[in-house]
Design a protein around this ligand. Structure first.
Ligand code: PLP
Length: 459
């Protein structure tokens, strides 16, 4: 039987249609950077799955009972109960989104010269580590570096590399962190076995071990599907087991929290939690709201309960897989297997004639937008091609992420987006690269400006 959406629509948002000419003009005004477009100029928006999902009627009604008390809000206690039940961590600090949890944690934990290790640091995570003067190193397994190579747990960390760094530079390593699923590496899951082994190594070396757990439910579902011994388990119990292996987590609730805003930091260590709480008060707010409204805490608490539902997860992952199969059948090179939250096109394989520092990912993203109104996101040398340590150099991969927002688009709309990708990929050799004409100091992909090396033609 074909999986279909396990929900009905209650409210609808019209989509504004535009022509290729209008979109070409909009992109030019945006400095050839789709992050600078107005959303009304986009037809299908696959820029990110962060905060862009549709909330349920249960979430909207929970928001009505939001308690907006400054201190000790009932909504906070409910949020805290749900997070504790899921993660088991003692201290729960709400933040306005994931990067606030990162900034607070790293400010409390890191000194200049420290090193953090991860399978792959996400862009804001890396930027916040570097902002604290520390060095972020990615230790993902080799299989992750070859997009076409199928592997069930391509988000896994290379355990030998981890042991190596801890043996030679152990004193500098303040934190080991595993991103589940590995967003920048194609939304690939991490196995329970790998997380257990990392926990053992960290224990042996006395290092703090945290999860960047934005997509804990998608990771749990993929463990259930792919790792021996988990078939009969509920996604929630798998997630609980994974959380129990670490000392805490940072989470953006805009992903598997099924909320439009929010995040949290959860920790077992009393002293570290105390330092973080002090910083939380300084910029986010009192510890029982942390930069969120009481109604946001209600939406997240309900979302965290809904996201582990099997019918939801089964449809979610099936719809991403069906998007990926369409591209594979048409011969478009993508990261294999499909990730949990999106499909990642291998722009380096698709556009070998465009040099990494002429940004093949941006070339593809821009053509896809102008011709079809579909907005995607480069995860390549613009996002990761500059570090304080190494300066400007090509990123390990040139990917284009088509992130699928949760519960937002129908199968027909996603089919349109897949066909758009296939159409542009079929004439990849006609695309040309770009030159960066301006960039800011941090997270340059959001605001950098570009110029095409060859004039774009509207066909
Ligand atoms: C989204 C994300 C973050 C940052 O969260 P924001 O809510 O966007 O600030 C951190 N890590 C990962 C893996 C993410 O996907």
């Amino acid at each position: 039987m074909r999986a279909f959406e396990p929900f009905r629509f209650k409210a609808v948002d019209p989509i504004r249609m535009t022509t290729a000419e209008e979109r070409a003009a909009a992109l030019e005004r945006a400095g050839c950077n789709v992050f600078q477009l107005a959303a009304r100029d986009v037809i299908i928006d696959l820029l990110t799955d962060s905060g862009t999902g549709a909330m349920s009627s249960a979430q909207w009604s929970a928001m009505m009972r939001g308690d907006e008390s400054y201190a000790g809000s009932e909504s906070f206690y409910r949020f805290e109960r749900v997070v504790r039940d899921l993660t088991g961590y003692r201290h729960v600090l709400p933040t306005h989104q994931g990067r606030a949890a990162e900034r607070i944690l790293f400010q409390a934990l890191l000194q200049p010269g420290d090193v953090t290790l991860s399978n792959t640091h996400f862009d804001t995570t890396r930027a916040n580590v570097e902002f604290a003067g520390a060095e972020a190193r990615d230790l993902v397994i080799d299989a992750a570096r070859t997009p076409s190579l199928p592997h069930p747990f391509k988000g896994n960390m290379d355990l030998d590399a981890l042991e190596d760094v801890l043996a030679t530079e152990g004193d500098r390593v303040r934190l080991v962190m595993v991103t589940i699923t590995n967003n920048s590496g194609g939304g690939q899951p991490v196995s329970m076995e790998n997380v257990s082994a990392i926990r053992d190594v960290c224990r042996r070396h006395g290092r703090l071990f945290l999860l960047d757990a934005c997509r804990f439910a998608e990771n749990a579902w993929l463990v259930k599907q792919r790792e021996p011994g988990f078939r009969g388990r509920s996604p929630k119990s798998i997630a609980q087991q994974m959380f129990s292996l670490a000392d805490g987590c940072i989470v953006s609730a805009k992903k598997d929290g099924l909320a439009n805003i929010g995040g949290f930091l959860a920790l077992n260590d009393d002293a570290l939690a105390e330092r973080c709480r002090n910083l939380l008060i300084l910029t986010e707010g009192f510890p029982t709201y942390g930069g969120l409204a009481g109604y946001d805490l209600e939406a997240i608490a309900t979302g965290l309960e809904e996201v582990v539902d099997e019918a939801y997860l089964s449809h979610r992952i099936a719809s991403v897989e069906s998007f990926a199969s369409r591209l594979i059948d048409a011969g478009v090179p993508i990261v294999r297997p499909a990730g949990g939250h999106g499909v990642f096109v291998d722009a380096r394989a698709l556009l070998p004639h465009i040099a990494p520092l002429e940004y093949p990912g941006i070339a593809f993203v821009n053509e896809l937008y102008v011709e079809h109104g579909v907005r995607a996101c480069e995860i390549g040398s613009v996002m990761f091609g500059r570090t304080p340590a190494a300066g400007e150099r090509p990123a390990p991969l040139e990917l284009v992420r088509l992130a699928i927002p949760r519960r937002l688009y129908s199968d027909a709309q996603l089919r349109y987006a897949a066909e758009a990708v296939i159409e542009v990929a079929a004439r990849a050799e006609t695309l040309s690269g770009l030159r960066m004409t301006w960039q800011p100091q941090y997270l340059r992909h959001f605001t950098a400006r570009f110029e095409p090396l060859r004039a774009m033609s509207v066909r």
